[in-house]
Design a binder for this molecule. Sequence first.
Ligand code: AMP
Length: 298
Amino acid sequence: MLTIFGTIALDTTRTPFHTVERTLGGTATFASISASNYVPTSLLGIVGYDFPAAYLELLKNRLDIRGLTISQTEKTFHYDSSFAYDLAKRTTNKTELNVIANYQSTIPDDYIDSEYVYLANNDPVQNMNILKLFSGPKLVICDTMDFWIINKRDDVIKMIKKVDGIMLNESEAKLLFKENNILKCARLLVSNGPAFAVINKGENGSLLFHNDEFFPIPAYPTEIIKDPTGAGDSFGGAFMGYLSQQEKWDLKTLKNAMIHGNIMGSFAIEDYGVEKLANINTEDIQKRNQKYKEILTF
Ligand code: AMP
């Protein structure tokens, strides 16, 4: 069983071409929708009284949402961000924690023996509290981002020490260690405990570091980019979903998980919010997997 914990958000995303307001987003949302293409996935988190019924239905149709709390007193986590013309660099306008600020860690009894746990980007203290509630997962991977690195760096480091794999993007890795070389960042991540580290570089691909070996791969090339929000989480969900499906995480399997991560990231950016991600099927994934193999063979 794969359980994913993180934010379930309403996102306002502004690009020079279009703005979407309060659309379904959040790290656990992207990650769990993506992972559900590989294994049955449980979503753990909290939303507020303003969370639209249609979004709840969408989640319910794909995921086990028994671990989703709906607050009757507070609003859903809201993230407001803008992208410039390159649709690469994001500026955060507002982070309204709302329900997640006082979230009390709890998991349904049926989730306690989850073998696979993905801690999507979220408050590192809450992530560690949730982790304590599981009886002994085989594989735990976490993600984090600039907001938590800036506000709770020590806790981020403590969280990294408790997981088997860590995933974050290039600028966050550099920010975390005040180090500008990503190979060195990957080594520093692993020196804190995890068996492997994945650093995402957006349109420039991603890097895996495991057992002293680096595996850099290009991003899946797509000509449609509307909204990069959630690309990293969709990558993370697919990466974790694939490993859970394979039930192993040796170097070869990790490399294949990188391919699936990139594929799901490429779908996520092709439309706003989860619009594209929630509407693809196994055949779409297989087609991109085949194409990826052709691209990487010469
Ligand atoms: P990314 O994959 O990095 O593009 O993640 C985008 C998602 O992260 C958005 O859907 C946001 O709702 C969510 N998000 C933004 N800031 C935070 C934060 N500080 N903690 C947790 N989730 C966040």
